[in-house]
Design a protein around this ligand. Sequence first.
Ligand code: NAG
Ligand code: NAG
Length: 324
Amino acid sequence: QVSCYNSVVGKLDHTFTGQTLDEHDAQPTEAETAVWNQVSAVLEEAHGILAELQSYNGAGQEIREAIQNPGDLALQEKAWNAVCPLVAKLKRFYEFSLRLENALRSLLEALTSPPYAPMQHLEREQALAKQFAEILHFTLSFDELKMTNPAIQNDFSYYRRTISRNRLNNQQLEAENEVNNEMANRMSLFYAEATPMLKTLSNATTKFVSENKTLPIEDTTDCLSTMACVCRVMLETPEYRCRFTNTDTMLFCMRVMVGVIILYDHVHPVGAFAKTSKIDMKGCIKVLKEQPSNSVEGLLNALRYTTRHLNDDSTSKQIRALLQ
Ligand SMILES: *[C@@H]1O[C@H](CO)[C@@H](O)[C@H](O)[C@H]1NC(C)=O
Ligand SMILES: *[C@@H]1O[C@H](CO)[C@@H](O)[C@H](O)[C@H]1NC(C)=O
């Protein structure tokens, strides 16, 4: 198993634990600047996206009334007017996922480019490592909110049904200019995923390693397993833990750890749960379960239901039992 104890954790722990303290923010070096600026522009929007999703209430009531009174045109119009701005929001979230995907690509390229080994990259490019962590943190937070908000799919399917009914009646709806049929198809694939953002990232990571044939797959997976190790050690070691300024930092480490495990499991041919895995899965699950946080169960569920290899024969009984 990759040991990250001394070299990387010692350097990255300040970078990570300073997550909510701007004065501790890792400053990019000159070599990192171009990628850092690109990713930074995307991350700047992330807060707003999460806030918007958090306050997403849906049009359940209006939709219900419209369906129960199909002959009442005023109610149909009311529901439609409530749903349209929500669908515009959903479109913004979806478009953001595409920008996030590009940002991840740039980071993967930078963090795996020759001649350095993954561990060296993480040591040299801490500002990028931190952005990578922030992307995962956003991703897991987004998916957690999405999973607990059934209104999203309800609103979107009402929107699609209304559009297709009107198309049958040869009525062109103005809203179609905003979300055309092709966009609606792509959005509905996106929102049909239980964890759409994470799925976007794992698809993108898989694509990245398959497109870069000259790059050994281990360069990417070692980068992921090293990040998992950094987070695990920070969570389980008292000296590091006591530097966590608040529960946000702990949650940050937990989410990043789970995020990189899931990416690793999607990208690595035998996955994260096999004996040969470079991630100490037992250690990661144990430390996760020890955290006093409401988010633990959701993160364990992410490991249970969004990984690829958990149910393989090569997964040890012990790991299975830990996740039961
Ligand atoms: C990966 O592939 C992309 C596109 O094919 C290329 O631009 C990039 O330089 C490659 N990166 C590495 C590390 O090989
Ligand atoms: C991920 O890739 C699969 C297979 O190519 C595809 O069916 C799915 O829609 C993709 N999901 C996202 C969110 O990009």
